[in-house]
Design a protein around this ligand. Structure first.
Ligand SMILES: Nc1nc2c(ncn2[C@@H]2O[C@H](COP(=O)(O)OP(=O)(O)OP(=O)(O)O)[C@@H](O)[C@H]2O)c(=O)[nH]1
Length: 496
């Protein structure tokens, strides 16, 4: 008896929720490009059938074991060899999607991929129950979600990880992927739910309770939610700072014409990105260059040289844009030419002192190869008296690259402080814009309203419900799920 019961339970649990969904397949590596290897993924009930048909073998595949197999066109009469491929079969539920899955590691030629995709397509026969079709964007991840393999924050973490361009972005994305964020949300949710339960008990049975007991329970809930609100605000602040990592830290290069701004940009990026010339005023417009500086994504902006006396309309427009860029940047790097007096013209002085006084600024004295150390000392002194604030000053040469490494270290120290991270050992967190919005509009809103309304127990409990539902929307374990699913999965590409 017992044996039958446990067997039937096992049999039941081995059927994924999506068992009757079509089997889907897609090319998971970059489409349209020649490469050494291309991976085609298949997920769904007919995965094993597809493997058996393509290999022409009815043998039971060994799960999780890679094997080298010849793949043939499904038209049996004309058995055409398509490729010799590495095949990997995963039996449900131990797969990414929780369904039976198949991976075909093909040779990456376009014709090979095309022929295998066509062969899989030809295996579809809906009338005979073989519902097989090409996947929609994000559908593999959607299956993983539907079968409880991942929650929404983890799935979004996969998306962030694939989009990560720098080391710091990669590390922040792992907070979602590893379920770290989910643990935080789950803990918050259970705290809120336990307080809802306390209040519900008061609403239902409060008539029998002493007034002091009621006050005591309400006060305890208030205290707990106060603490939680603090923690939530800290989390949101950290997410804000982490999203700077995603979008890039904006650094504007400012300076007089010919100071060497474009040369410095090229030295930092190691590329000839910007227009270098000895004709002052060469850079007429602001150029944004996304680069990786010691693991941080930085958007470096080369601007037109700022001087007062120009009458050239185009140059004046460039200067206007340079000022606007300076205003938007997170950090300004002021490039100074020590061979030309005044070292800082009135236009730049005014911009730094009154136009962007709230911005962090690093000063780079360029062309140190052209002057002696005594002149550098003079320039430093002059700069220290030119500005109302004291800035870090460093000297460099774009010609012989002296001081460039030191300047880059200055920049990365600033990035660490600005984003509250170090590239080695901190834990930035990345959550999607969707999660950020729900945190503010639902979760924190509900908690704030609760703290404002805890005199009225029914209202207070409603507000906590609102906050808990918000967390449910974030992880995908509560009401409002349909409305969020579309947003989450539409960001994914086919095969992911
Ligand atoms: N000797 C020497 N020359 C440099 C150095 N940096 C730049 N130059 C030269 O200075 C001139 C101007 O350099 P750019 O990088 O175009 O200067 P810029 O500030 O971008 O100029 P604008 O576009 O006019 O604002 C070029 O001839 C460079 O080769 C340096 O460190 N040493």
């Amino acid at each position: 008896m017992l044996k039958t019961a446990s067997w039937s339970k096992r049999a039941y649990s081995s059927v994924p929720v999506t068992y009757f969904h079509p089997t889907i397949y897609a090319l998971s590596t970059s489409p349209g490009q020649k490469s050494a290897i291309a991976v085609v993924r298949v997920t769904g009930t007919h995965s094993k059938y597809i493997l058996q048909q393509l290999t022409g073998s009815q043998n039971e595949p060994v799960a999780r074991r890679a094997s080298l197999r010849n793949l043939y066109s499904a038209v049996r009469e004309k058995k055409i060899l398509l490729d010799s491929s590495l095949t990997l079969y995963f039996a449900n539920p131990r797969s990414f999607t929780g369904e039976d899955m198949l991976e075909l590691h093909l040779h990456g030629g376009r014709a090979v991929v095309k022929s295998v995709l066509k062969a899989i397509e030809e295996l579809g026969d809906r009338k005979n129950g073989l519902d097989i079709r090409y996947a929609q964007p994000g559908e593999f991840s959607q299956r993983a979600f539907q079968n409880g393999r991942m929650d929404l924050t983890q799935i979004e973490g996969v998306g962030e990880l694939i989009d990560a361009e720098t080391e710091t972005q990669r590390r922040s994305a792992t907070s979602g992927l590893t379920g770290q964020n989910k643990q935080v949300f789950d803990r918050w949710r259970s705290t809120i739910v336990s307080n809802i339960a306390q209040l519900t008990a008061l609403i239902d049975f409060g008539d029998d309770a002493e007034i002091e007991d009621i006050d005591h329970i309400v006060e305890a809930a208030r205290q707990e939610m106060h603490g939680l609100r603090e923690e939530m605000h800290r989390f949101v602040r950290k997410v804000d700072r982490s999203s700077i990592l995603q979008n890039g830290i904006k650094v504007a290069l400012l300076g007089s014409p010919n100071a060497g701004k474009s040369s410095l940009l090229n030295c930092i990026t190691n590329e000839d990105t910007s227009n270098v010339s000895n004709i002052p005023g060469t850079t007429r417009d602001a150029i944004d260059v996304p680069i990786d500086v010691k693991g941080y994504k930085v958007v470096l902006c080369d601007t037109a040289g700022i001087r007062h006396e120009s009458e050239d309309r185009i140059e004046l427009e460039g200067i206007k844009r340079a000022k606007a860029k300076a205003f938007q940047c997170d950090l300004a790097v002021l490039v100074v030419d020590p061979t030309k007096k005044p070292y800082i013209g009135p236009g730049l002085r005014e911009l730094v002192n009154t136009g962007i006084p709230h911005k962090n600024t690093i000063i780079a004295i360029n062309k140190m190869d052209l002057v002696d150390p005594q002149t550098i000392k003079e320039v430093v002194l002059d700069l220290q008296t030119s500005f109302e604030k004291q800035f870090a000053i460093t000297s460099v040469s774009c010609r012989d690259l002296r001081g460039i490494e030191e300047l880059v270290n200055h920049l990365s120290a600033f990035f660490e402080e600005f984003t509250g991270t170090t590239t080695q050992d901190s834990d930035p967190i990345a959550v999607s814009r969707r999660v950020q919005e729900i945190m503010v509009k639902d979760v924190l809103f509900g908690v704030d309203e609760f703290l404002a309304s805890s005199e009225d127990i029914v209202m207070a409990s409603e507000n906590l419900n609102y906050a808990a539902d918000g967390i449910g929307k974030i992880t995908g374990q509560s009401v409002g799920i349909e409305e969020v699913l579309g947003v989450v999965f539409s960001r994914f590409c086919v095969g992911k």
